[in-house]
Design a protein around this ligand. Structure first.
Ligand code: CAA
Length: 258
């Protein structure tokens, strides 16, 4: 599919989606967010794809929702079009893992997009923030909920109420990102992580993603029960037999997603 606001490449089982509105620091306008959801759906439909990476430019992952596009909208406009909701829901429904590779600004909807991915790898120049308060609004694509779950109430309140930015070191120390690497090495690191995931049994990958995500939606006991059921179910897969046999035979496993 041809995209106007994205550069999408699939190679070696990985779909790399580069947000591409440099003139607006990759601000999320309706065209970009719609194309992004389409690209994620397309990657999910493609049997060759085993992992997805979303990135921006060295200066900006995404500087938020497009303020110029939104500024004149009324309540009825955004309510009736359900601004961002359907596209974000589609992204969150991806069964294939999505890594956010963040350099530069990840602000507002950009920070929310990164948090909606499965994990975030940051360049050491990354800056995260929810500065919507400066515009007289609040986060609208999950930021008040996801950031709070990542970093706890105190820091989330600080970010949402003052609009201050958090640098990569702080983001790593409070658990917002999984790793920080020199900005120049960001794509190598993110593609390396995606390649590692792509080697695994997709049956186990889907199960792991489902189980971790369930921890956000349920009690500890229910979550542990859910995990146990999935863990037990994986013993019905050929990949479990192959993975454990390969360990004992001191060789690499040949997973077949069966
Ligand atoms: N929407 C639209 N255009 C944007 C934008 C945005 N969110 N962020 C940057 N741009 C545009 C600028 O208007 C500018 O365009 P022009 O050259 O045509 O004026 C261009 O990108 C470059 O930006 P700056 O000149 O401002 O670059 P800078 O390096 O001086 O500053 C910045 C960078 C600190 C990120 C600054 O651009 C900024 O504060 N951007 C807005 C951040 C923000 O408020 N994000 C939240 C948006 S609301 C939201 O996301 C709601 C939600 O939850 C869904």
């Amino acid at each position: 599919m041809a995209y106007k606001t994205l550069i999408v490449e699939t190679q070696d089982h990985i779909t790399l989606i580069k947000l591409n509105r440099p003139e607006a620091l990759n601000a999320l306008n309706s065209a970009l967010i719609g194309e992004l959801a389409d690209a994620i759906d397309e990657a999910n439909r493609d049997d060759k794809v085993r992992c997805i990476v979303i990135t921006g430019s060295e200066k900006a992952f995404a500087a938020g929702a497009d303020i110029k596009e939104m500024s004149e909208k009324s309540f009825v406009d955004v309510y009736m079009e359900n601004l961002f909701a359907d596209e974000f829901d589609r992204l969150c429904r991806s069964r294939k893992p999505i890594i956010a590779a963040v350099a530069g600004y990840a602000l507002g909807g950009g920070c929310e997009l990164a948090m909606a991915c499965d994990f975030i790898i940051a360049g050491d120049n990354a800056k995260f923030g929810q500065p919507e308060i400066n515009l007289g609004v609040i986060a609208g694509i999950g930021g008040t909920q996801r950031l709070t779950r990542f970093v706890g109430k105190s820091k989330a309140m600080d970010m949402h109420l003052t609009g201050r930015f958090m640098d990569a070191a702080e983001a790593e120390s409070c658990g917002l990102v999984s790793r920080v690497v020199p900005a120049k090495k960001l794509m190598e690191e993110a593609m390396g992580a995606a390649a590692k995931i792509a080697e695994k049994s997709m049956v186990a990958v889907y199960a792991a993603k489902e189980a971790v995500n369930r921890s956000y939606e349920t009690t500890l006991n229910e979550g542990i029960l859910f995990e146990r059921r999935l863990f037990h179910s994986l013993f019905a897969s050929e990949d479990q037999k192959e993975g454990m046999a390969a360990f004992m035979e001191k060789r690499e496993p040949q997973f077949r997603d069966k």
